[in-house]
Design a protein around this ligand. Sequence first.
Ligand code: NAD
Ligand code: DAU
Length: 355
Amino acid sequence: MIFVTGGAGFIGSNFVLDWLSQSSEQVLNLDKLTYAGNLQNLASLDGNSSHIFTCGDIGDSALVSSLLREHQPRAVLNFAAESHVDRSIDGPEDFVQTNIVGTFRLLEEVRSYWNQLEGSPKQDFRFLHISTDEVYGSLSKDDPAFMETHRYEPNSPYSASKAASDHMVRAYHQTYGLPVLTTNCSNNYGPYHFPEKLIPLTIVNALASKLLPVYGDGQQVRDWLYVNDHCSAIRRVLEAGKTGEVYNVGGWNEKTNLIIVHSVCALLNELQPRADGKDYNEQITYVKDRLGHDRRYAIDASKIERELGWKPAETFETGIRKTVEWYLCNLDWVAHVQSGAYRDWVQNHYAGNAQ
Ligand code: NAD
Ligand code: DAU
């Protein structure tokens, strides 16, 4: 069995669904079900005994210890995190608690569990930490893309907390010999993406005839990867990655935010035209920039391609079409996740932000 944390969130739930679609190996899923965690993402697994869900915190040492001892997983994959940069700017506390303290406590329990294993279960055990390209900071227009050796220069409370967790993971390998692997991935998009992030927010706002907020000049660059490609990279790293190593994951898909919003609008114009026949682009509005906004991220994925033979299956064009189609077919999921708490946060965040 594998033990996944944060498996009810965007990437975690895609990973669990993907894993169980091609493996009979059980998944133990520990998720705190914060605003970003949603069991509806996993509804298709109802009644499937290969998926064992527990609601709880990675920082709850007693719970993690008892889960490890009861289920004896061969690997722990740590997806659990507070993940939204804007929320980390509004209130960093939860980011410190989950991303730093939570990861530390999880590592401690995993170390204790791993220490009492023997023989091949000990040798083959893996702790795979899912991290982000944001730990490397921001690139200028002509800088080469981030390699694994790029220095850490996190700029937001979110990326600083992820950087701290990456360092703890590394330290547990160097100091205690824990067999760890770390992946640093670029921006994901796809099904079950919470509509506080740029792509799903643009889709749901467009369909609800709301404004499409673009921060600053919209020329910031992100490197986009379809979520299933991230899942296949994680599977590959778990299977063949060298312990103690870091693998950057990305799809060589750098795009400005404005191009992303225009692409979504173009697909919606085609698939679900506005009742008044106008272009969804007319809903774009420029709003106040994010504090400390990183200008450009770009991932050099040559190490994982060369050493592990991984390649993304989707281009941006195929992935974004699948994504928009998924949202159009799953408006009930959108309505479900737009709870009162979500609405309050979005309203506060964008209030008075017009440029
Ligand atoms: P998400 O916010 O959608 O999901 C996070 C999940 O973790 C939620 O289900 C939440 O309930 C759970 N969680 C939060 N705190 C917890 C705690 N203390 N204990 C247990 N569960 C907890 O995030 P995501 O976008 O799916 O990101 C998953 C991981 O991938 C994160 O570690 C993130 O840093 C990393 N990552 C994300 C992206 C991206 O583009 N979304 C890119 C690279 C890396
Ligand atoms: O790079 C990987 C990271 O990608 C992950 O580690 C994070 O967990 C994930 O949230 C994502 O971070 P970003 O800040 O890049 O994603 P977000 O969707 O919030 O924003 C993408 C870009 O779009 C960013 O430059 C800010 C901009 N933006 C975002 C929102 C929500 C807007 O212009 N308007 C918006 O309303």
